[in-house]
Design a protein around this ligand. Structure first.
Ligand code: SAM
Ligand code: SF4
Length: 383
């Protein structure tokens, strides 16, 4: 795992050296806080702005809007709640002193009406900005995305034409996205711009794992800078039962994990063969699997639901590195827990980040290394 993380950072360093060096230094500082900080943390290295719960797709494997998705069961009031541009703008102003990388996430972030204005503002403060989008609106937003100064455009594509359209439930979506990416490429070329880098994200599911190699042709056609295959996130009832004890202590809920409660339906041996074949090829873009798992770990990841990486050393560093700002303003350490460190409508993020609630959460997490639900979270492999 250490080797694959070094490889991932090295690949990133080739494309964006200054950014990679800054990340490396921040990781060392976060590790020092983890060991000696008593629950305190240096400012977050990355801030994910969860702009909206709304989404224009219903992808089968999605924990929010998929077959068992939790968001689609929520009230309209919950689904529609979003932070105003003014609140987000002042949050970004507050971040500029420690300059985290900002990721725009959702739901579908391009549905947030001031998304482009927000990217412009983040870039005016010289912060790294990345958006993760389903690509439905790329064609419409292509010029504005490029003019905004966006650094990275991560587009979800789960297969070639028929497969992608089936998984994402919209006939014609694949060609629509590819046409949008061609426009992005042409506009970048005519403006002489390198950014936004185009990263394709493919989520491995039971529907596409037999055909993953087709994605290299897709990335090639899109002239992408990188292609990352993401191992499927899933969990089960037993793990979520065990999580309850910690949720009770913290007065929080991990019910959002319920959206990922399904059988993966993936044969790890077949997947490993696909991985080997794909990784042995030569491409004009970088190719990676996240998390990158050895043959044995891959078997355990998909077949042993209690499995967590390198069992005895496992610990989660994410709450020392990554902050998530939700559409109601809450700053949370994890995407699938309601535990909140505070609300950006009431206080600046840097103060919330070391609030009493933040310290309590990090101390409990460090004492236990991970909570039960964390065993199925892929953030565990990132740091
Ligand atoms: C939740 S979506 C939000 C952003 C945007 N709507 C999109 O689809 O790109 C972010 C990423 O999570 C991926 N994803 C969805 N369900 C997943 C699962 N069960 N395991 C791993 N990744 C998943 C999506 O394919 C997408 O690349
Ligand atoms: S587009 Fe993204 S958020 Fe929407 S259903 Fe698909 S994976 Fe989920």
């Amino acid at each position: 795992m250490l080797f694959s993380n070094i490889r991932r950072i090295f690949n990133k360093a080739l494309g964006q050296p200054a950014y990679a060096i800054r990340v490396g230094i921040r990781r060392l500082i976060a590790n020092a806080h983890y060991i000696f900080g008593g629950g305190r943390s240096s400012p977050p290295e990355s801030v994910t702005l969860f702009l909206t719960h709304r989404c224009n797709l219903r992808c089968s494997m999605c924990g929010q809007w998929g077959e068992g998705g939790v968001t689609k069961k929520r009230s309209l009031e919950f689904i529609k709640e979003e932070l105003s541009f003014d609140v987000l703008r002042s949050a970004v102003d507050g971040m500029s002193s420690y300059s985290p990388a900002v990721t725009l996430f959702g739901g579908e972030p391009l549905l947030y009406k001031d998304c482009i204005a927000l990217i412009r503002h983040i870039k005016s403060k010289r912060m790294h900005c990345l958006i993760i989008t389903n690509g439905f609106l790329i064609e419409e937003y292509a010029r504005r995305l490029i003019d905004s100064g966006l650094d990275e455009l991560n587009v979800s594509l789960d297969g070639s034409r028929d497969l992608h359209d089936r998984i994402r439930g919209v006939p014609g979506l694949f060609e629509k996205i590819l046409s949008g990416l061609e426009t992005v490429r042409d506009l970048k070329r005519s403006a002489g711009k390198r950014n936004p880098l185009v990263n394709i994200q493919c989520t491995i599911t039971k529907s596409n794992y037999h055909r993953l190699e087709e994605m290299t042709a897709v990335a090639s056609r899109a002239e992408a800078n990188s292609l990352t295959f993401h191992n499927l996130i899933f969990t089960n009832k037993e793990i979520l039962e065990k999580q309850k004890k910690f949720d009770d202590i913290l007065g929080a809920s991990s019910d959002d994990w319920r959206g990922f409660e399904f059988d993966p339906g993936i044969d790890p041996q077949v997947l490993r063969e696909k991985m080997d074949r794909i990784l042995s090829g030569r491409y004009d873009f970088s190719v990676d699997f996240y998390p990158y798992l050895s043959r044995t770990s891959l078997e355990n990841y998909y077949n042993d639901t209690d499995y967590a990486p390198s069992k005895h050393n496992t610990r989660c560093l994410s709450p020392w590195i990554a902050a998530y700002v939700f559409p109601n303003g809450e700053v949370r350490p994890c995407l699938n827990s309601t535990y909140s460190y505070g609300n950006i409508k009431d206080a600046p993020l840097c103060r919330i980040w070391n609030s009493q609630k933040a310290l309590r959460h990090r101390q409990l997490l460090r004492e236990n290394k991970i909570f039960p639900a964390c065993a199925r979270c892929t953030e565990l492999y990132r740091y």
